[in-house]
Design a protein around this ligand. Structure first.
Ligand SMILES: NC(=O)c1ccc[n+]([C@@H]2O[C@H](COP(=O)([O-])OP(=O)(O)OC[C@H]3O[C@@H](n4cnc5c(N)ncnc54)[C@H](OP(=O)(O)O)[C@@H]3O)[C@@H](O)[C@H]2O)c1
Length: 249
């Protein structure tokens, strides 16, 4: 989905400069292709969200080269190191849960820590700006979450690691929304649920999903960008699904 966000922004937001991060830029052929198709508009930086030093160095590079950021989408995540969510307590392992929380929760929070100052210097190019100056935002931070991270919505159980990682990520979103709406440069912070999308993460479960409920990355990203286009400070600190509906914490 991260790659699709890059594609969408390069194709649909003329003049937008996009910074993609990934663990192995040298072997990311789709990003290399995008670079050829949109010369001078895509920067690819090496970054493992589990390595704080990578996040810090990437933010320093962006600060030096661009000085600001208008929108951050924290998309990287894992379901579980095994590739499958736990179906019962017997399958829970300390290492599995720690790895999932590290990538899905700590990673996006470290991104927020180092990139928030750049968002506070953003030009407010995304979302809806109200006429009142004191309600305008400089940047938007999106944490890609999941409906299964909602405590209120959980009727099925299972997937301990992934559910807990996204519930904790939602708490980070809420905390960030409070801290980053103080002061003059406001950053809108939201959690977004993309629907069930045809990607590697959900692949083991695709056969249980009705065809019309399994979204393409193109469709999901188009919907999510429409949600982002309608964000403002009144909508900060909440979770929204791909169709714009609010998801309970
Ligand atoms: N697909 C769905 O149905 C669905 C549903 C609800 C929520 N979501 C959420 O949507 C977001 C996007 O998921 P997706 O479907 O695009 O999953 P995906 O295809 O598995 O992509 C996840 C990406 O995260 C990257 N990643 C994993 N660990 C990383 C790390 N330590 N540092 C940097 N990058 C790392 C992976 O990089 P590599 O390529 O290097 O492995 C991969 O590109 C996730 O937050 C996911 O939880 C997805």
């Amino acid at each position: 989905m991260g790659l699709e966000f890059c594609r969408f922004l390069l194709s649909n937001k003329p003049g937008a400069v996009v910074i993609a991060t990934c663990r192995k830029p040298d072997s990311s052929h789709p990003l290399a292709d995008l670079n050829v198709r949109h010369p001078g508009r895509l920067t690819v930086l090496q970054l493992d969200v589990n390595r704080e030093v990578d996040v810090k160095e990437a933010a320093e590079t962006v600060q030096t080269e661009f000085g600001k950021v208008d929108l951050i989408i924290n998309s990287s995540a894992m379901l579980h190191p095994s590739g499958k969510g736990e179906t019962s307590l017997k399958e829970v392992s300390a290492q599995g849960i720690i790895s999932t929380l590290t990538t899905n929760t700590v990673g996006p929070l470290m991104m927020a820590k180092y990139f928030a100052p750049l968002l506070q210097r953003g030009s407010g190019a995304f979302g809806q700006q109200p006429p009142e100056k004191n309600k305008q935002h400089s940047g938007i931070l999106v944490n890609m979450s999941a409906r299964v991270g909602s405590i209120g919505d959980n009727a099925l159980g299972g997937w301990y690691s992934y559910r807990m990682s996204k519930a904790a990520l939602n708490m980070a979103t809420r905390n960030l929304s409070i801290e980053l709406s103080r002061g003059r440069s406001k950053v809108v912070c939201v959690s977004l649920h993309p629907g069930t999308v045809n990607t590697d993460l959900s692949r083991p479960y695709h056969r249980n999903v009705p065809k019309d409920k399994l979204f393409s990355t193109e469709y999901s990203v188009q919907c999510l960008m429409s949600v982002i286009d309608h964000l403002n400070v009144d909508k900060t600190g909440r979770a929204y699904a791909w169709d714009g509906s609010e998801i309970p914490w």
